[in-house]
Design a protein around this ligand. Structure first.
Ligand code: FAD
Length: 439
């Protein structure tokens, strides 16, 4: 199979628009983490589909007018063409192998789809340490274990960085006197892990998993088997279970101000919650929105005193105390445009018009993949010992997914350090490996 062709704007009509076969076009950029995550998947699928679909790449920075003409605004963006016309769905961001495959399958006859599926050859990667989750805890673990010459595979369902990557400004990470954009710190940690020799598998789908046997299957094709596993899957914003919440998530309901506040320039936003996250993120959203209404069950905010004061004095922020959301409404049929609220003092219900809602109601551990595997605390977090080892032999847990009192970057980084050092110490006592399964 020939290499994937690099196409310039001058060649685009000839190679893409006048192609006799369907074409996949990857607009990529340099220094682009999601582009790097996509590259091995794009190449693997080129190997499989290359007889039926032409695969090309366009370097976006050098072909800006073409990207603009096609409405390509971010990298990577993958487009599909049949007989000169764009078809299917554009893919962007953390592109998964299965998403790409679905679009490619739609371009070719069913008989070829079946023939290609029959050619897929699953394979196994053996390693010393498998780290699940590339947030601050998993990245730190990987930096240490890779530096200790342990072959380390680092898996993330997203692009890595975890909650650090979506934190607008980090002002309390030691060594940085000025607040740092979270995505930049995350990027540097990932680079450091790669430099140490860790092998990332980003935007991966964990299709099967057996922690007791120390293996996961990724994207249905690669099984990673390890001597030792570190679970660093962190936590995600808690869903509050209010009517309309699941339905309108991403359509006017957001859990991430850094990601979505920019879409609310000059708009009215409702924020659900009264703790640190709700208060701090409201102050951030206030840089964009014209008005913020915080909705909080209790009669006082529970955020730190200093943040509370800033919120209560902010001219754009109003707080409705002793009030609960009962439903998120989309009377326009598209996106959230109202919240049904219940005033707990007066026992009355009314609708507040809004342009969008942010929910900050705490976090819950990402453990869906491992039901019944771990000993958990009453809140559902993994119990680990002083070395971060869990109840499962050869499996450690680090960071926000672990039962503890304080969840911060520094505590996550500390956990990763402890687990990695305990692993390196234990690995030093391993008998030398031999045979085909020598890791
Ligand atoms: C909005 C916000 C602001 C914050 N601000 C600060 C701050 O200013 N200072 C501070 O110290 N802390 C802050 N924190 C807390 C800090 O971000 C966390 O304590 C820290 O990120 C925890 O790191 P972690 O690696 O344990 O988990 P996470 O950061 O949650 O990372 C977990 C990673 O695991 C991946 N993952 C999930 N499930 C799987 C799976 N099944 N397989 C593989 N990968 C998986 C996720 O994609 C993610 O990348 C903030 C948190 C939030 C939400």
């Amino acid at each position: 199979m020939s290499a994937i062709r690099e196409v310039t704007a001058a060649e685009f009509d000839e190679v893409v628009r006048r192609s006799p076969v369907p074409v996949a076009v990857d607009f990529y950029s340099s220094e682009c983490a999601p582009c790097e995550a996509l590259a091995p998947k794009y190449e693997a699928l080129h190997e499989l589909y290359g007889q039926d679909v032409r695969f090309v790449k366009v370097f976006r920075q050098a072909n800006r007018p073409l990207a603009e003409e096609l409405g390509v605004r971010s990298s990577p963006t993958v487009l599909f063409f049949v007989q000169g016309a764009e078809v299917g769905h554009r893919l962007g961001g953390a592109i998964r192998r299965s998403e790409l495959q679905r679009e490619l399958d739609a371009l070719i006859p069913a008989a070829r789809v079946a023939a290609i599926a029959a050619q897929v050859r699953p394979f196994t990667t053996y390693c010393d340490v498998l780290v699940l989750g590339a947030g601050p805890a998993g990245l730190t673990t990987a930096i240490y274990t890779a530096q200790a010459k342990q072959k380390t595979v680092l898996v993330d369902v997203g692009l890595g960085g975890g909650n650090l990557a979506i934190t607008h400004q980090v002002s309390n990470f030691p060594g940085f006197p000025q607040p740092q954009p979270g995505y930049q710190l995350a990027d540097q940690m990932l680079q450091q892990a790669k430099n140490a020799g860790a092998l990332p598998r980003l935007a991966a789908e964990v299709t099967r998993c057996n922690l007791a046997e120390h293996w996961v299957e990724l994207d249905g094709v690669e099984t990673v088997r390890a001597k030792r596993v570190v679970v660093a899957t962190g936590s995600s914003p808690r869903v509050i279970g209010v009517e309309g919440e699941r339905e309108f998530k991403g359509r006017g309901i957001s859990y991430c101000a850094t990601c979505d506040a920019k879409y609310y320039e000059g708009k009215h936003v409702v924020v659900i919650g009264g703790g640190n996250s709700a208060a701090e993120e409201s102050l951030f959203i206030a840089k964009f929105a014209s008005k913020i209404t915080m909705v909080h069950q209790l009669e006082a905010l529970t955020a730190h005193k200093a943040v509370q004061e800033q919120v209560l004095q902010h001219p754009k922020i109003q707080v409705l105390f002793r009030t609960e959301p009962r439903a998120f409404l989309a009377r326009n049929g598209r996106t959230v445009d109202g919240v049904r609220l219940h005033d707990l003092e007066r026992d009355t219900t009314y609708v507040l018009d809004t342009d969008g809602v942010f929910v900050f109601a705490g976090m819950s551990p990402n453990l869906e993949l491992f039901p019944g595997v771990f000993e958990l605390d009453p809140y559902g977090y993994i119990r680990a010992d002083a070395d971060m080892h869990t109840n499962v032999p050869g499996v450690w847990a680090v960071g926000d997914v672990v039962s503890k009192k304080f969840r911060q970057m520094t505590t996550a980084v500390g956990d990763g350090t402890i687990a990695a050092m305990a692993i390196a110490q234990e690995a030093g006592r391993d008998a030398p490996a031999a045979g085909p399964h020598a890791y």
